[in-house]
Design a protein around this ligand. Structure first.
Ligand code: C2O
Ligand code: CU
Ligand code: CU
Length: 531
């Protein structure tokens, strides 16, 4: 089995934990210099699931677009903190927002604009291994730099967290989020050019919820029955500190993917949650750098997905497994009514994620799981003003180790090639020439997945000829809503249809495997005004 094929199997969860390739043996990784924590040596389910607190506005400030209007003003300070990831693990140094990682949850309503001051109050030394060969992270750049992006937001370009708009400790950026978009679970995270993967592993992420009247009218489980589950994997050393592996080349420590064996939910390892025998709404985010989660319940029960990245699906989709690529979100209803008194484990294939302890006593559940949620009108293909063919490729060294990943064969610093006209519709063909699945994300917009189709990469690479070898496959039912991140599977052309609405200006599109994104798998794009 080739190294890359193995990587795909591992990232997609098809290699179970037991069969997993030891991290040190993976391509381009040095064996760890210090002993690592074995999460399986820890007692499971001793810590309650933490729920990040809601952010509170610290006043009002004039709107940048209508100075007579005042908008809620929030301050989010990025700070070095210590956090207990497990009862029996020493406090872990993390970078969080305020006093936690994930940071506070910001909750707002569609159409309610707000301002966030993202303050960099971090120390001036980084604690994870920077690769100064990666462009944007050269030795003349300060080690500690941050810029925050609100993933899924229809935000003006100057508030989007452009990767080059980073700033150093002691500085801040005031961003305006108009929130003129449907109810959805967004998330904020660092986006600094060249060190994004490290800043996110350090802990710079959090949840941002937009509500609206359609969601209100559905009578979904709410309040204490609606719970965010931010899931990501990490590696720890025996002292409980974050461990990020390096390549064998001290001059280029970058590794092609980061896979940890410790799965955290809202910042805890193996937490438990006490639930009542009734319906719950879980807002699930895959916040991992590279790991795909494949979630199921040990009770074998099915559950319903009611929303994806950009909000509600047209109708609930019944699932017994949920596949989530990095940065994808799922809005899920789980009904524990038939499981009073049981202990149910949330698993990702062979990994234990967390436990639900269902109370014995029945309570009344007045919430609903409506059979229709929100219509998702299909964007007709005939509306597309342009179709783009965009390859995803990987450059390997002689030993077949990946060195760089590219979009459309272009590096970050090359001139913009994707420049859709404001309000126009385009079809993007994501032509995956690699052996990995890449979750592709576009800033600013929401889109729909048209289909995926198997093709012959050899002909495309060598002769530029597109030869399909299978029929076009419709997206999975739980992908058939509004998306902002899509799995571009290996050997497939994935087609998405996008209307470029909102703002004119410079944005980015990229692979959300953060190691790939940092190493060239990200491109600027421009939304341009109609002439
Ligand atoms: Cu989750 Cu470019 O972002
Ligand atoms: Cu984004
Ligand atoms: Cu990728």
């Amino acid at each position: 089995m080739s190294v890359t094929r193995r990587r795909f199997l591992q990232q997609s969860g098809m290699i179970s934990a037991g069969l997993m390739i030891p991290q040190a043996m993976r391509n381009r990784q040095m064996p760890p210099v210090r002993p690592l924590l074995d999460p399986n040596s820890l007692t499971q389910f001793v810590d309650p699931l933490p729920i990040p607190e809601f952010a509170q506005a610290s006043g009002y400030r004039p709107s940048p677009t209508e100075p007579t209007a005042k908008l809620p003003y929030y301050r989010f300070a990025m700070r070095q903190i210590e956090s207990k990831v497990h009862r029996d693990v020493k406090p872990t140094r993390l970078w969080g927002f305020g006093s936690s990682s994930p940071g506070p949850t910001l909750e707002t309503r569609s159409g309610q604009g707000l301002l966030v001051e993202w303050e960099n109050e971090l120390p001036t030394a980084h604690f994870l291994p920077i690769d100064h060969n990666i462009h944007g992270a050269e030795t003349d750049k300060p080690d500690v730099r941050t810029v925050v992006h609100l993933h899924g937001a229809k935000a003006p370009p100057e508030s989007d967290g452009y990767p080059e708009s980073w700033y150093v400790p002691g500085k801040s950026a005031l961003y305006h989020y108009p929130n003129n978009q449907d109810a959805a679970m967004l998330w904020y995270h660092d986006h600094t050019l060249g060190i994004n993967r490290l800043n996110v592993v350090a802990g710079l992420l959090g949840v941002f919820l937009i509500r609206d009247s359609v969601e209100d009218s559905l009578n979904l489980p709410s309040g204490k029955y609606e719970i965010p589950l931010v899931i990501y994997d990490r590696m720890f050393d025996a002292q409980g500190q974050l461990y990020y592996p390096v390549s064998p080349d001290p001059k280029s420590p970058w590794i092609p993917e980061y896979f940890g064996d410790a799965i955290l939910v809202n910042g805890k390892l193996f937490p438990y949650l006490e639930v009542e025998p009734r319906k719950y709404r879980f807002r699930v985010l895959n916040g991992a750098n590279g790991r795909f989660f494949h979630l199921s319940l040990s009770s074998g029960q099915s559950f319903h997905q009611i929303g994806s990245d950009q909000g509600l699906l047209a109708a609930p989709v019944s699932l017994d497994h949920l596949l989530l690529a990095p940065s994808e979100r799922a809005d899920v209803i789980v009904d524990f009514a038939e499981h009073a008194g049981e202990q149910i484990v949330l698993k990702s294939d062979a990994f234990t994620v967390m436990q639900f302890r269902v109370a014995r006593n029945k309570t009344t559940d007045t919430s609903s799981l409506p059979s229709a949620l929100r219509p998702v009108p299909k964007i007709p293909e005939s509306e597309a003003a342009k179709t783009r063919m965009l390859s995803l490729s990987e450059i390997d060294d002689r030993a077949q180790n990946p060195v760089t990943m590219l979009l459309n064969r272009a590096h970050w610093s090359m001139p913009v090639t994707e420049n859709p006209v404001l309000n126009s519709v385009e079809i993007w063909n994501l032509i995956n020439l690699t052996d990995d699945s890449h979750p592709i994300h576009l800033h600013l917009v929401r889109f729909q997945i048209l289909d995926r189709r198997r093709f012959e990469p050899f002909f495309y690479k060598n002769q530029g000829v597109m030869k399909y070898t299978g029929p076009a496959v419709a997206p999975d039912p739980n992908e058939a809503g509004w998306k902002d991140t899509v799995r571009a599977d290996p050997g497939m052309v994935t087609r998405i249809i996008v209307r470029f609405e909102g703002f004119v200006g410079r944005y980015v599109w990229h692979c959300h495997i953060l190691e790939h994104e940092d190493n060239e798998m990200m491109r600027p794009y421009d939304v341009i005004a109609a002439r």
